[in-house]
Ligand binder design. Structure first.
Ligand code: SAM
Length: 218
């Protein structure tokens, strides 16, 4: 792992930004955040060429760091404002959490696999990012710290857990991939108020499965 951010890395990041813009990402704040987080910090030096390719990559324990386009897409749909309290379900490498932090969010992130939780909890502060870390089953959210302005799920879900809607503030937004183990449709639910929801459906993506009580397996 290289913890220096050289002109070469910055150049590779600029090229990545161009790629995701060509795929439709346009919000300046999201592009800025992706441009600021050194994605190669999350990779072994031998895999530098993968760090700035627009693809997911294995991080161990059968899990992945999400594709930059996917991270940008979900982040755009969250409509992040500085100061938003955001719950991320599926900490993984911590990359998505860093992007949200760069946008000024106050991030609560929960991970199911203890090894990944320990690894990321130790690593992120070393590179200057400090979300609130939790270990456990996030398929039912994180009720102890609710309500949230925004909730993002970064693993594929069989359906939308009602607990996540309950843990949103009125006016809050949930972005969640829902489908089978092959592909999932990105869904955005806006909680207009305690009685009214607005649901929107976007493209298909391919995530690792959500585990836990409201996921695919315990
Ligand atoms: N957001 C991550 C990143 O930036 O690297 C990508 C996450 S990876 C695609 C999905 C993550 O969700 C995995 O680390 C997996 O262990 C975690 N996960 C799966 N089910 C979960 C659950 N019920 N609660 C919390 N985390 C879960």
């Amino acid at each position: 792992m290289t913890l220096t951010d050289t002109y070469k890395h910055k150049g590779l990041r600029k090229a990545l930004i161009k790629t995701i813009m060509e795929k439709g990402i346009s919000q300046p704040a999201v592009l800025d955040a992706i441009n600021k987080v050194p994605r190669h910090f999350f990779f072994d030096a031998a895999f530098l060429q993968h760090a700035y390719a627009d693809k997911a990559f294995p991080i161990g324990q059968g899990q992945t760091i999400s594709q930059p386009y996917t991270v940008a897409f979900q982040t755009e749909k969250l409509e992040i404002k500085p100061g938003d309290k955001v719950l991320e379900i599926g900490t993984g490498s911590g990359y998505q959490a860093c992007v949200l932090l760069e946008m000024g969010a106050n991030v609560y992130t929960i991970e199911y696999i203890e090894e990944l939780y320990q690894q990321t909890r130790k690593f992120l502060p070393k590179i200057g990012y400090k979300p609130h870390f939790f270990l456990g089953d996030g398929s039912k959210g994180l009720p102890t710290h609710a309500p949230y302005d925004k909730i993002i799920v970064t693993a594929g879900c069989p359906s939308v857990p009602s607990e996540l809607i309950d843990q949103l503030k009125p006016g809050g937004i949930l972005v969640i991939p829902v489908g089978d183990n092959e592909r999932q449709k990105m869904i955005r639910i806006k909680k207009i108020d305690n009685k009214k929801l607005k649901k929107e459906e976007f493209d298909y993506f391919s995530f690792v499965p959500l585990k836990g009580e409201k996921g695919w397996s315990l």
